[in-house]
Design a protein around this ligand. Sequence first.
Ligand code: 13P
Length: 253
Amino acid sequence: MRGYLVAGNWKMNGSAASIDALMTGIIAGAPVSSGVEVLVCPPFPYLSSVAAHVAGSSVALGAQNVSQYKSGAFTGETAASMLRDVGCKYVIVGHSERRALLGETSEIVAEKFQAVLDVSLQPILCVGETLAQRESGQTQLVIDEQLGTVLSSSGVDAFANAVIAYEPVWAIGTGMTASPEQAQDVHRYIRAILEAASETVAAGVKILYGGSVKGDNASGLFSKPDIDGGLIGGASLKSADFLAIAAAAATLS
Ligand code: 13P
């Protein structure tokens, strides 16, 4: 079976001291279950210190962004090979905050997705619609464009080594979680797009839900057949809250 992935996207939060405390809590309480992988994605400056925390544990390390370029004169950018070097296993690409606030197009996201695969790390591709897009019935069109751009440039087999995160923009940081049924509908739609290209790849790919996941709604979401875990923002910043979500996955696995 696919198993669950419970991933913390810390965004631009934390300090050396707070991250030390957070990691001590996460390492102490992470579920020991072969059916759940726990992942933390700190800001770049803390990757190495968090790598030291996760060493020897089952908790995985990921980054929140990456350059689409391999190396060279790109001041301020971070190459995928560097993320591999410091111990990352996963890299988030195409988060809606980067698309909306930092001008990332689907074409750039597709280049980043491939850059991650090129160094044998796993991209976590974020897709999702805004409230206006949902209310005007464009959810599927948005998914078609965001997923389709990556699918046509990297090919379906790339998704054998990738994760997808469905994050409706209207649910991020708002407390307005998508209902398990709303999320499941879109997750099914995403998997069906991949199924049309490869049933095997579609059956194996993890599709995470993100957007106001908490300890008390995780179980309802994760029990849906096409929801394979969560990409957690706010609730990943407190170990007890994050571990409650990981425990919900462990109970279901
Ligand atoms: P929240 O869990 O804070 O809604 O954030 C979700 C998210 O954007 C994770 O990438």
